[in-house]
Structures are given as structure tokens and as C-alpha cells.
Design a protein around this ligand. Structure first.
Ligand code: ATP
Length: 195
């Protein structure tokens, strides 16, 4: 089985994530995409605004919108800072017959050279890179082992971020349709990100 892992802070999960996951699934011919919230992302200085439980519940709700999506709690269960190399080793142990790739947006593509133990990571898995407004997918400046580990698939530019959604909520704007209906309802009921 071929599985794409889409990791993220998902604070909250939004349509940019879901479109990227779906594009990667179809483009790379994946059997499934597993949506995996990080416990504590190593590259983000601020702690997430929503609780870990809330981020997880929103990922579960979003995953229900697509029969090929599934939520994965491996990093939350492990706890601590979520380094991809640790996760990849765990996944390979737990699912020895599954071929994993990582789905990332262009901002993360540009950040790849800074990933903790990236040289080990690219020996284990391949990356699927997708366009994101404000970031290019040019990898000419990167070491060849990293550059060659990334395949790019078409993706419409989706100018949505979790930051934008949190700000919009704080200012009482509408984020409807920027997140799935179920996630929208969850944020309303729990008054998430309102202040
Ligand atoms: P924040 O605004 O809080 O920094 P974010 O919107 O960037 O969050 P993350 O959960 O950090 O969301 O992103 C997880 C993954 O999804 C990353 O690989 C990121 O590149 C990708 N991604 C997020 N938003 C988009 C988008 N609009 N288009 C393409 N990829 C995206």
C-alpha cells in the first residue's frame, strides 16, 4: 500500500491542507492520505492556540470528508517535540509493508534543508511538494539528495493559512468554506480562536 503522510500543526486544519492532500493522492497515485497532527512542531516558536485534543478532533472531522483520508495520532501519542525522523522510524516499524511519502507545501519544501536529520530522512522516504502562494518550488540551490527526493504535483494556489483563520475568527470575520463544514461547526460550538 502507498500512503502519503500529511503532517501539520493543523491549528486549525483548512481547505489548503485538504486540497493539497487530495492533489497529492491523485497526482502520486496514493492509496490513502493520513492526516497527522504534530504534538509540538520543531519549527514553530509559539505553542498552538487550540489544545492538542481540539486540533486532533478537527483533523478527525476533516478526514471524514474523504474516504481516502484517515487521521493519524502517532505524534500526539508519542508526545514531546515531533521530529519527522522519529515518526518515520516508528511508521516503518509499525507498517513494514507500507510505502510512505510526505506531503508538504512549498514553504516546507524551501525549509527542507533545515529539517532535523534530513539526510537520514531522504534515505527513507520521498516528498510530494505542492504549490503555495508566496513560496516558490525552485530547489536548484539545494543539495542534490534533497532535491531529488521531492516530486512536484499540480495544485491550484490556495491563499489560506491557519494564521489567517485564527485572525479572522478573532476579528469576528467569516471563515466559512475556508474550513470543512464540520470543522466550521466545531469552531463555532467551541468558540475557538475567538479571543
Ligand atoms: P500557520 O498559519 O499556523 O503557520 P499553516 O496554514 O501553514 O499554519 P500547517 O499546519 O503549518 O498550516 O501546515 C501543514 C502543511 O500543510 C505544511 O506542509 C504546509 O506547507 C501545508 N499547507 C498549509 N497550507 C497550505 C496551502 N494553502 N497550500 C498548500 N500547502 C499548504
Amino acid at each position: 500500500m502507498r500512503v502519503g503522510i500529511m503532517g501539520g500543526t493543523f491549528d486549525p486544519i483548512h481547505t489548503g491542507h485538504l486540497i493539497a492532500a487530495e492533489r497529492a493522492r491523485v497526482g502520486a497515485g496514493l492509496d490513502e492520505v493520513w492526516l497527522m497532527p504534530a504534538n509540538r512542531p520543531p519549527h514553530k516558536p509559539n505553542v498552538p492556540k487550540a489544545t492538542t485534543q481540539q486540533r486532533w478532533e478537527m483533523v478527525c472531522l476533516a478526514a471524514e470528508s474523504n474516504p481516502f483520508f484517515r487521521p493519524l495520532d502517532i505524534e500526539i501519542t508519542k508526545g514531546g517535540v515531533s521530529y519527522s525522523i522519529d515518526t518515520i522510524e516508528l511508521l516503518c516499524q509499525e507498517y513494514p509493508d507500507t510505502e510512505f511519502s510526505y506531503i508538504i507545501g512549498a514553504d516546507m519544501v524551501q525549509y527542507l534543508p533545515q529539517w532535523h536529520r534530513i539526510d537520514d530522512i531522504v534515505r527513507h522516504i520521498r516528498f510530494i511538494g505542492l504549490a503555495r502562494p508566496g513560496y516558490d518550488l525552485d530547489m536548484a540551490h539545494m543539495p542534490v539528495n534533497i532535491r531529488e527526493s521531492v516530486s512536484i504535483f499540480p495544485m491550484p494556489l490556495v491563499e489560506v493559512s491557519s494564521t489567517m483563520i485564527r485572525e479572522e475568527r478573532r476579528e469576528r470575520g467569516s471563515v466559512r468554506y475556508l474550513v470543512s463544514d464540520a470543522v466550521y461547526a466545531y469552531m463555532e460550538v467551541n468558540r475557538l480562536y475567538e479571543s
